[in-house]
Design a protein around this ligand. Structure first.
Ligand code: SF4
Length: 344
């Protein structure tokens, strides 16, 4: 069911007023530039906003303009991105910075059409930058917005088509006073009031306009998605030491953690013994088992077994001292590997 007409004019104003009074403080709202916003949007995909808020200032301080990032080494960006996961976003951000310099004279474009030409920028991010950074009357739909609009309209189904949500968001965008405020308000409202599991209906400024609250269906709307089935895989990481140096290899250009660094690692879809791991790595020395930890990604569940060995300085690997590892782009799973080794 679409939103009632009088709700379409009322909801934007209520949310804009609510946001102006209660908005959370984030650094990209204080130092508000289109480039800073673009960085925050890339960082926020699949990452908790509090973690983004911690890391954003150092990324913007190092890369204050698209040009500074376009000219930089990708490894430096990956190193700053460590721990945030989804490293493809960092590579897309650099590629976007390069394209902004080549095609848009170093200025983040202000239309959805142009923004969609940037690598890693989809309909949501393009709408967010055009509306929030440039005040263009464009709609945005993320998971928060989708949930709020479904609940207000009491729209369920399996699944509710995204076309419906975009259309409703477009109609609301036409009715708001200030699109920059309204779009941020709608997302923030979904994050802090109309949250997935605990909508705070008693304190909600939209309670009188909310069809699912009136029907008591707010906990069932929208219909929850089936969780994705995770593939189980086995990784065997071997911390090889030669004196005070450790061996590392760089991952390939494609796939998981591409171009990040790791200690020599064997990956398998079946469990392996330590001797099989040693053979596959071409290591003669006996491996010492340290621990096995579970590392969960969106589509993969990794059983990560950690070994160590003292060995000769094998030229197949790159060797780094402990005190230089802060600069090396390592995924968080690899930081865990090093922590386990260090504590033994
Ligand atoms: S009344 Fe409850 S379900 Fe409805 S919009 Fe408010 S918080 Fe969400």
């Amino acid at each position: 069911m679409p939103l009632e007409k009088n709700n379409r004019s009322k909801i934007p104003r209520v949310l804009e007023g609510w946001f102006l009074e209660t908005a959370r403080t984030f650094p990209w709202r204080t130092v508000d530039t289109p480039w800073g916003r673009l960085i925050s949007e890339f960082m926020a995909q699949q990452t908790q906003i509090e973690r983004v808020a911690e890391r954003w200032p150092s990324v913007v301080a190092r890369f204050p303009t698209p040009e500074s990032m376009a000219k930089s080494d990708e490894q430096e960006i990956l190193a700053l991105w460590q721990g945030l996961g989804y490293y493809r976003r960092a590579r897309h951000l650099k590629a976007s910075a390069e394209l902004i310099c080549k095609m848009y004279s170093g200025v983040v474009p202000d239309t959805v059409e142009e923004l969609l030409t940037l690598p890693g920028v989809g309909k949501y991010t393009a709408g967010a930058i055009a509306s929030i950074a440039y005040g263009k009357r464009e709609p945005i739909v993320d998971a928060n917005v989708h949930r709020v609009l479904c609940r207000i309209s009491n729209r369920s189904g399996d699944p509710v088509p995204s076309e419906w949500t975009w259309e409703e968001a477009s109609k609301l965008a036409l009715n708001c006073d200030e699109i920059k405020i309204f779009n941020e308000a709608l997302m923030e409202f979904g994050a802090v009031v109309c949250s997935p599991k605990k909508p705070d209906c008693m304190k909600c400024p939209l309670q009188n306009s909310c069809a699912s609250y009136k029907s008591g269906t707010q906990f069932e709307v929208p219909t929850p998605k089936e969780p994705a089935k995770k593939k189980k895989v086995f990784h065997y990481a071997v911390v090889m030491e030669h004196g005070d140096e450790l061996a590392f290899e760089q991952r390939g250009d494609k796939g998981l953690w591409s171009r990040m660094w790791q200690v020599p690692t064997v990956e398998s879809t079946v469990e392996l013994t330590s001797s099989q791991v040693a053979v596959q790595l071409g290591v003669n020395d006996q491996l010492k088992y340290l621990d096995t930890i579970q590392h969960s990604l969106s589509h993969r569940s990794i059983s990560l077994s950690i070994f160590s060995c003292k060995c000769a300085r094998d030229a197949r690997f790159h060797w780094f001292q402990w005190d230089s590892l802060a600069e090396l782009p390592l995924a968080s799973a690899q930081r865990k590997v090093l922590a386990v080794h260090y504590l033994r």
